[in-house]
Design a binder for this molecule. Sequence first.
Ligand code: 13P
Ligand code: SF4
Length: 330
Amino acid sequence: MIKEEWKQKGFIDEPVAEGIDLKAEIRRMCKEKNAVILAHYYTRGEIQEVADFIGDSLALARKAADTDAKIILMCGVHFMAETCKILSPSKLVLAPDINAGCSLADSCRAEDLRKYKEEHPGYKVVSYVNTTAAVKALTDVVVTSGNAEKIVASFPQDEKMIFGPDYNLGSYINSVTGRNMLLWQGGCHVHERFSVAEIARLKQEHPEALVLAHPECKGPVLAAADVVGSTAVLLKYAVENPDKEYIVATEAGILHEMERCCPDTKFYPVPPEVSEGGAGCSCNECDYMKMNTLLKMYNALKYEWPSVDVDPEVAREAVKPIERMLELSK
Ligand code: 13P
Ligand code: SF4
């Protein structure tokens, strides 16, 4: 029985008896219920440690399409759980906390995109995976930061395209593909606040270190970067070059996997701008990703709630551009 209080909150924080090993209990329930845990690199370290699979948003979408588990517990943010549900409609998709949203997905409402499309007939819509199911349903092809360049480049040079919602990623893709896509003015509140001055300071302290940056960062941060790419691309670069040091301009959760894979390599997270509330912070975290906790995961599996559902009519349209992405990024 799901209590009214939990429904109001959108998660279950029922305490467990003292001494319970939450990780062991979560693994036990996964086995008993045929559940799989997918977690994004930005979640807390202990979540990544208990997950069956960790990855960037492209790898998580692929995994959701492939799994034969009955239940998917998606530890990430809401649009990632929606993508799982769209790709695996017969499965029960759970999220530890239904309030874990995404400022970038919030920056593009379906009704605004519909209007914009009407004002720009003949344009193809390329949407970043960080969008709601309703926005995906209005989209020609979905991309992630891991495949955006390849997918955009697969369109004819003179194709008229709208790219949304991330302005920084869109302008980066325009620059590397030589396209002139119309860009939605959306952004991620975490990646937009990385400080170029802090990168310069870290560079002074560690002159040999290379700068790794996610393409959601602002242009001046990307201009200061040695490697620009999705979380998986940045991780792969470090794993293949462990003898270097790295200044990392993406959400700090990725450091857990970087340090696990390269225990002898030094990683320095870039702090946010002081004017953006960064005073005293040594790293930059996504408060939505951090809403996922072991206790909420335990309770989500125990009560099989909260589930993430997508209106079947919306899902029917939204699955097409996601499958196109999976096909084009093979
Ligand atoms: P990735 O596609 O690199 O996993 O990034 C997802 C995201 O939310 C970035 O902020
Ligand atoms: Fe969304 Fe930004 Fe958090 Fe990624 S880091 S989930 S884009 S708010």
